[in-house]
Design a protein around this ligand. Structure first.
Ligand code: SF4
Length: 312
């Protein structure tokens, strides 16, 4: 991972902060190119803090959940101005930074200061729950970690351990098809011991949700977009009308253009694209030129614009 630098590197805090913000609800393989783009443009926390929100959002384009980008900028400014570019030393103080919750605060404390603390994410919960063969709801993870601190943090390489633990959950003790046969914990794993055989799901089908997208177009090469869509993700960004296909909609007045698959962060979408030429558009929509390069348009919408541009 490009954010893993030498423990004494002055870039440690900047790299860890940037990656932890980007990794919130986003997979590692998606984050890596964005991390490299950011660190090429901003060499350290100070140069990031001096940037404008507009530039940060532009660079973040395509990564989704844009409030993270705004919070990252605000956090970098606070750290530079009030903490001399040094991370506060307690979870309580780290959590006061914008966009930093319990998980990120614990992760930063462990990774930056080598403190014996584990950020309890889905991976960590799953590993513990399987080792104990108990449902996650019945485990008090904070208490469990506190009680086992001496055993867990034996080596004093706490930051390596925190990272290894999370990665172990992502690569070995995976949600589906855990790799028990090569697992170093298999002798002590109650989950494995209670099942003589782990079911291997060979159908690695990714579940896509179906959506219809309806594009109003006019002869001036414009498309009607609205910021008021009812999808939780990509809130406040310009999009055409989007509906889940399970809703009953009369599509007889629309022409079908294309079906394609798209992903936004961890969401998989199967899209049916429809269009119609019309000068009348619903109240909440506004016309936008399809080829307007100056306006900020999220990647998700750009793909739609590319498709409809073939109609002109
Ligand atoms: S033996 Fe299997 S279930 Fe148990 S911790 Fe290892 S990978 Fe997870």
């Amino acid at each position: 991972m490009p954010w893993r630098v030498n423990k004494k590197s002055p870039k440690k805090l900047y790299y860890r902060l940037l990656s932890e913000f980007m990794l919130q609800q986003t997979q590692v393989k998606t984050v890596i190119p964005y991390f490299l783009k950011f660190t090429k443009k901003f060499k350290n926390l100070r140069s990031l803090s001096r940037s404008s929100e507009k530039k940060i959002i532009k660079l973040w384009e395509g990564l989704g959940y844009y409030s993270r980008a705004k919070n990252l900028l605000r956090t970098s400014r606070i750290l530079v101005k009030h903490y001399n570019s040094i991370l506060p030393k307690t979870v309580k103080d780290i959590k006061k930074l914008p966009g930093v919750g319990d998980y990120t605060a614990n992760a930063l404390l462990g990774l930056v200061y080598n403190k014996p603390t584990i950020a309890v994410d889905g991976n960590v919960k799953r590993v513990f729950s399987r080792l104990l063969n108990k449902k996650q709801d019945y485990i008090n993870f904070d208490q469990l970690i506190e009680m086992n601190k001496k055993n867990l943090f034996k080596t004093k390489r706490n930051s390596d351990f925190v990272e290894a633990f999370m990665e172990f959950g992502a690569l070995i003790c995976k949600p589906k098809n855990p790799k028990c046969e090569i697992c170093c914990l298999k002798k002590n794993c109650k989950y494995l011991n209670s099942y003589s055989k782990i079911k291997i799901n060979k159908n690695k089908m990714i579940k896509y949700k179906n959506y219809n997208i309806f594009c109003y177009l006019n002869k001036r090469k414009q498309i009607a977009l609205t910021k008021k869509n009812n999808l939780g993700f990509l809130n406040n960004f310009n999009l055409p009308e989007i509906q889940e296909t399970k809703k009953r909609i009369n599509i007889s007045k629309w022409k079908f253009l294309k079906s394609y698959k798209n992903s936004i962060s961890n969401k998989k979408l199967n899209i049916n694209l429809y269009y119609k030429f019309s000068n009348k558009i619903p109240e909440k929509f506004k016309w936008h030129y399809i080829e307007n390069k100056k306006e900020f348009i999220p990647t998700f919408t750009k793909k739609i614009l590319n498709q409809v541009s073939t109609l002109f």
